[in-house]
Each structure stands twice: as C-alpha cells, then as structure tokens.
Design a protein around this ligand. Structure first.
Ligand SMILES: CC(C)(COP(=O)(O)OP(=O)(O)OC[C@H]1O[C@@H](n2cnc3c(N)ncnc32)[C@H](O)[C@@H]1OP(=O)(O)O)[C@@H](O)C(=O)NCCC(=O)NCCS
Length: 255
C-alpha cells in the first residue's frame, strides 16, 4: 500500500518493496495527535484502511473528529527520511472517554503499518499512549481485542469488564449534553507543547499529584448501560461479542 502526504509518498507494502522500506529508528519516534498534524490525515487514513478497509471519506471524517476533548487520535511518527519527504506514519490509536469512569480511557484502532510490524513499534505505540494518558491525569486504559490478547497481555493488560466508550461527535450531541462539558480550557495543549517522544516518555510515579482529567458530561439517556456482573471470560473463551457477533476480549491496565 502507499502512504502519501502532499507530494511525498512512501511504499510500505513488503510485497512491493521489501528491501527498500526504510525502517524508522525507535529512538526518533514521536507520538502526536492527528488534529495537530492535519497534513498527515491522508497518510493516517491509508494506514488504518490497510488493516480495516473502509471508505476514505468515512475514515477521514472519523479522524477529523479528533480533538483535545476526545475522542483523540494519536499517530506514531518517524521523522521525514529526506528533507523533501513527509514524516512516516508508523502507527495509530484512538483514545475515548469512558462513561461513568472519569479516570479511564478506551483505546481503539491500534495498528502498526503492516511492513513495520514485529520490530517494537507496537510496544512503543502502547507505551507512548500510556504515558500520554497518564500525563493528562487518566489512570486506567480499557480495550477490546479479537486476536491480539497475548500481545496486550505481554504489555501488562489483564482481562477486564466491558465499558461504554463515549465516541460521539459534537454535532450530534444535544445542547443539554454539550452544556455539561467543562468550559474552562483543557489543562494541556498537545499541539503547542513539544511532541511527546515515545522513547523518552517520562514514567510518572504512581500517586504523584497530576491535574485530574476534566469532568465527564452527564451521559445521554440513549446510551445503553454497560453489562452488569463479573466478566466471565478466560484467555480461551469470552462471552462478549462485537457488533458483528465476533468474540472479543475486554482488557484493561492501570497506568
Ligand atoms: C498488534 C500490533 C499493533 C503489534 O504491533 P507490533 O509492532 O507488531 O508489535 P511489537 O513488535 O512492538 O511487539 C511488542 C511485544 O509484543 C510481543 N508480541 C507481539 N505480538 C504478539 C502476540 N500476538 N502474542 C504475544 N506477544 C506478542 C512481541 O514479541 C514484543 O515483545 P518484546 O517487546 O518483549 O520483545 C500489530 O501487529 C498490528 O498492527 N496488527 C494488526 C492490527 C491489530 O490487530 N490491532 C490490534 C487491534 S485489537
């Protein structure tokens, strides 16, 4: 597949260019919100669509919802290989607030460019987003997976309970709900601050006094409540399914 941004293009499909694919240096990677780098929207959409094909317009629309107020899409970026080229979008993950859990985020659409897997970029992406979330006052991450249970378990995630992610767009929200959002500025400015270098992500000791995340809005009455009761899932079977009926595992990690 071809990732492109502006006039620069990078072919990442190993079937097309196995030898020439430049392998980014782990040390140089940065983690940046998509809405801070709009020139890389196309490349990010291509990266995600390489794994989960969807219309480009739909993917761009979804990425275009990224904001400091969540959902927030993060890109793992490698610096431009040449002065004329665009940075390489190595990976992506989306973070959303969680209903009734103000210190939690839901992690979705975790993906590393196909040609670059198995080289530590997935770990760097997850460790980077954990540092990103923790630096903003969040304490727990939740996610679902069909088939990457062992990857996440290897990174410290455990089986957990289902949660309800607040993945909505402001244009669809009723005014009453919008009014429930905090009007004060967010305590961070990712687009103005220096990029978080995933390699050098600071490990903040637990219990330190960071700013708490902004309060959650009152939930809209149309959202279904999360299933009650303990999670009867093991590493071999799960009772949970996605919207297509495929089995999924719920996992979580304290950060
Ligand atoms: C899942 C994915 C993000 C992992 O990225 P990656 O770059 O291949 O992973 P890494 O090379 O960073 O692996 C990190 C660690 O996890 C381990 N690991 C990777 N996949 C694993 C698996 N399936 N089972 C167990 N361990 C695994 C690696 O051995 C490595 O261990 P180490 O750091 O101790 O040496 C990537 O394979 C991907 O994009 N897959 C397709 C999309 C997808 O399935 N996303 C998850 C949706 S829930």
């Amino acid at each position: 597949m071809t990732l492109s941004s502006g006039s620069a293009q990078l072919i990442l499909d190993p079937a097309h260019q196995p030898e020439e694919t430049p392998v980014p240096n782990l040390v140089e990677l940065t983690l940046e919100p998509v809405h801070c780098r709009p020139e890389l929207l196309d490349a990010c959409a291509d990266l995600i669509n390489e794994q989960w094909p969807r219309s480009r317009a739909s993917r761009l629309h979804s990425l275009g919802q990224s904001s400091d107020a969540f959902p927030l899409c993060l890109m793992l970026l490698s610096p431009r290989p040449t002065s004329e080229a665009a940075p390489i979008v190595v990976g992506h993950a989306r973070l959303s607030r969680v209903l009734d859990r103000p210190q939690s985020l839901l992690v979705e659409t975790v993906v590393v460019a196909r040609a670059l897997r198995g080289r530590g970029f997935g770990r760097r992406l997850m460790e980077g987003l954990e540092a990103f979330a923790r630096a903003r006052g969040f304490r727990r991450l939740h996610l679902t997976t069909h088939d990457q249970l062992h990857f996440y378990a290897h990174l410290g995630y455990r089986l957990g309970e289902p949660v309800q992610g607040l993945v909505f767009t402001s244009r669809r929200l009723p005014a009453t709900l919008l009014n429930a959002f905090p009007r004060t500025p967010f305590p961070w400015s990712p687009c103005k601050a220096p990029s978080l270098t995933a390699q050098a992500a600071p490990k903040v000791p637990k219990g330190s006094s960071l700013l708490p995340p902004p309060p959650l809005p009152e939930p809209p009455t149309t959202l279904p409540p999360p299933p009650a009761g303990p999670p009867p899932q093991s590493s071999l079977e799960t009772q949970y399914q996605d919207l297509r009926g495929r089995p999924i595992f719920w996992m979580e990690k304290d950060i």
